[in-house]
Design a protein around this ligand. Sequence first.
Ligand code: SF4
Length: 214
Amino acid sequence: MKLRLSRLHHPVTVLGPGRRIGIWLQGCTIGCPGCVSRDTWVAEPRHDLEVAAVLDWVADRDPAEVDGVTITGGEPSEQPEALAELVTALGALGAGHDWDVLCYTGVELDEFRRRCPAAYPGIDALITGPYRAGEPTDLLWRGSANQRLVPCSERGRRRYAQWVDARRDRPELQLQVDDDRVWLIGIPGRGDLARVQRDLDARGIRLEGVSWRP
Ligand code: SF4
């Protein structure tokens, strides 16, 4: 089955605990004002990739450098069959390493379970709810105060219960450069992205397009 994929990164250290594999999906029709991932909204067929190819890439990572997998978007619940195949296979691949699967979704828990009944059992924790720019927060791994961290499985409760109400001291962003693209990974604070763009400008790095503006 094909997954609408935006990109893969490893290690990701700011979207969940430890060093993680990050899987960004492509396609989101929710359209939260202020979304920093507008580049993932359009589900272009050229971004399709077989789930098996994604798993090959995951299997090539050094397991000693992986604590879990974070799936984000794009909206994972808009491709429920591919998501189910992905998380089921990730569960098998990570079983010997105690990897957890954390998934972001812009819908609430009940709606996610309704949309994704086959994927839900393969997910250890969810971060639920749309991004609301008017509700800034310092809640760990979340962009707005309405978003909930929901441990779903036994492993998820063991690992994530301690972070349900945890707060971060300051926003953490990771910077990754691939060819002609600069990826900012993490949950920025208000004004952070404009500051990053100004800093890059000052160093002579001109961004031709950014994911947080139309
Ligand atoms: S924040 Fe998430 S759910 Fe909202 S528009 Fe962006 S990708 Fe979609």
